[in-house]
Ligand binder design. Sequence first.
Ligand SMILES: [Zn+2]
Length: 413
Amino acid sequence: MDLCEFLRSSYTAYHAAENAAKMCEEAGFTRLREQEIWNLQDGGAYYVVRGGSIVAFRFAKGGKFRIVASHSDSPCLKLKENAACFDGTHCRLNAEGYGGGLWYTFFDRPLALAGRVIREKGDALTAELYTSDFRIVLPSLAIHQNREANEKFAVNLQTELALAGLRDTSVTDMVGPYSAYDLFLVPAEEPFSSGANKEFLTSPRLDDLMGVYTSVSSLLAAKPSSDTLVAACFEAEEIGSGTQSGAGSDFLRNILARISNAQKRGREEELAAYSSSLLFSLDNAHAVHPNHPEKSDPTNRVVLGGGVVLKAHAGGAYTTDGMTAAIAKKIFSGAGVKVQTFYNRSDVRSGSTLGAISMRAVSIPSVDLGVAQLAMHSASETAAWSDIKELEKALEAFYRAEIEFTGNEATVK
Ligand SMILES: [Zn+2]
């Protein structure tokens, strides 16, 4: 599966986890279930799915971990129960905002209904992936009826409902019989190359499916290492990571503990290994917007086509510190990867990402890394193809490098 196919078909975190699982299966990775006893073999390759999150790893006998973490969810609209409402003429869908979407961009473009539906068969309840074969539109108000639309366009998601048809159509009519569901209205446009020389990739969900795809494909391509190599993709980043499968949960921590157990290491050795392991928290960064250059930091100008981005923040919204930044830069310079640095303007509130939250669950020295993009959280986002290539090189180098790290000292080969 290539990146564009992954972006197109990973409508929700559940789809992204399923697509990543398929990539792992095709590469010979073995599926593990959290509910079962694991019997890990040295050199073996495995993956585990929890909800819309997936952790894949190449098991090694050595105690340390090399982890790339990303997120599988993106802002969209989440259907409520009793979502379909008929006013005698129109059927509309009652939904809530999922994450901080740039909601005006969701109007007048194809949306798919997608997610998972829980079906009852006899005594069994089964979660099934669902993607509609129809499209739904959230219609905007005509300029003649909203003369101020080009000056101020305020979106009230309780009154602006997507149009599902001209018949009284229930959610059951749309998705079949269900017990419950996690269904979303998501952008359903095809990814495409933009720019006169096709320099850019424009697509829904670049944030952060680019990270999910590149981390998993780099892990699949990685050679066995003395460290256990991990790609961890979490759902729920856009809503604070606090769910049972989010970066703030015990999902990753439990997997690392079970790997340590399989390495026949005691708790003492396990804890020692964490402190000399390394984590890349992978999420996209804001490029300097050519129409709004004043919105970016004056001395750290992150540009499209400028290479991968290390993100730092005095308030700890990003995990990068001086030591981990130096290690990452050394890995990248050895592989010829172009690097730039992102800071927020000091008078702007920072966004945050999963790295800092994951740190609370399992504290491993970390950097925040990403690719520059425009229009973050729009229904359609834009990045430079050349930066995606740099990111692939960066992750391959990270998985390949020999790193020794003891707090204030590190060697990178
Ligand atoms: Zn993100």
